[in-house]
Design a protein. Structure first.
Length: 254
C-alpha cells in the first residue's frame, strides 16, 4: 500500500531572485523523506508528469517537477498540449535552455524540498525523453544517489538541448566521479534513439565505470511509458516502473 500524499504548486527561488514554478508532492504523514527530481518530456509539466510526481510521492518520497522553461515566460507553467504546432514550440523552448540555467534550477529545487518540504538524506532523479536527457545532465552535475532515465534523446549528438556545445555523453566521466547509480530504459523501435546510439551510450557508461544497467524493450517505441498514447506498451511500462521502485528503494531508502 502506498502513502497518502499532499500536493501543491510552488514557486522556487532561483539565483536569489528568479521565480520558477514547480509541482510538488509528498507523503502526508509527518517526517522526513528522500527527494526525487522529476524531469519532463518536451511538453513540460503536463498532467501526465504531475501524475508521475504523485506516484513517486506515494512510494514515500518528496517529488518535485520543475518547469525548466520558466525563463521563457509564465505561460509555460501548465505545459503544452501535444500537437504539431506545440512540438515546434517545444523545440523552440528547449533551444533556450542552457546548462548553467538548468543546473541552477535543479539545485534550487533540491534546496527547496530540503528547506520547505522536509526532504532529507539522498536525492534521486527520474526523467522521460527530454527529461531523460536532463536527468543524465543532472547526474553529471549535482549530488545524486540514483538516476532512472527513460529513452533519453540527443546524448551522443551535438546540437540539441544540453548537448551544446559538445554532446552531453562526454560528461559521463563526471557521473562516475559522483558514483551515481543509473538505470536506463530504451525502446527497440525508438525513432529518436537507434541501436547505434544505445550502444554508444552503454559503451561510454561502461568505459567510465558508472554503476548502471540498460534495459531495451523489444518492439516498444519512444514514449512507451505513458498510458493513453498509441505507443503505450503496458508490459514495458509496468516492468520499468518496478525497476525504478527497486532502484530508488536500494539507493535512496524508504
Amino acid at each position: 500500500m502506498g502513502y497518502e500524499i499532499v500536493t501543491q504548486d510552488v514557486d522556487v527561488e532561483v539565483d536569489g531572485s528568479i521565480a520558477m514554478t514547480a509541482y510538488l508532492a509528498r507523503p502526508a504523514e509527518p517526517g522526513s523523506h528522500p527527494a526525487v527530481l522529476v524531469c519532463s518530456e518536451l511538453w513540460g509539466v503536463t498532467e501526465e508528469v504531475r501524475d508521475v510526481v504523485r506516484q513517486v510521492a506515494a512510494l514515500g518520497y518528496v517529488a518535485i517537477a520543475p518547469n525548466l522553461y520558466h525563463r521563457s515566460g509564465p505561460e509555460t507553467a501548465a505545459g503544452l498540449e501535444e500537437s504539431d504546432a506545440n512540438r515546434q514550440r517545444g523545440f523552440e523552448l528547449l533551444g533556450e535552455l542552457t546548462r548553467e540555467g538548468v543546473e541552477a534550477d535543479l539545485r534550487a529545487c533540491t534546496a527547496y524540498v530540503r528547506d520547505q518540504a522536509e526532504a532529507t538524506g539522498k536525492t534521486g532523479v527520474l526523467g522521460f525523453s527530454l527529461g531523460g536527457h536532463i536527468a543524465y545532465f543532472a547526474a553529471s552535475r549535482i549530488d545524486l544517489a540514483a538516476a532512472a532515465i527513460f529513452y533519453p534523446g540527443w546524448l551522443p549528438v551535438a546540437g540539441t538541448a544540453l548537448s551544446r556545445p559538445e554532446p552531453l555523453l562526454e560528461a559521463t566521466s563526471c557521473i562516475a566521479d559522483r558514483d551515481v547509480r543509473m538505470l536506463l530504459f530504451f525502446a527497440e523501435l525508438d525513432h529518436v534513439i537507434d541501436a547505434d546510439q544505445r550502444s554508444r551510450i552503454d559503451h561510454a557508461l561502461t568505459t567510465a565505470g558508472v554503476r548502471h544497467e540498460t534495459v531495451v524493450y523489444p518492439q516498444a517505441q519512444h514514449a512507451f511509458f505513458f498510458p493513453g498514447r498509441g505507443v503505450y506498451d503496458k508490459a514495458a511500462a509496468e516492468d520499468s516502473w518496478t525497476r525504478v521502485r527497486t532502484l530508488f528503494a536500494a539507493e535512496l531508502g524508504q
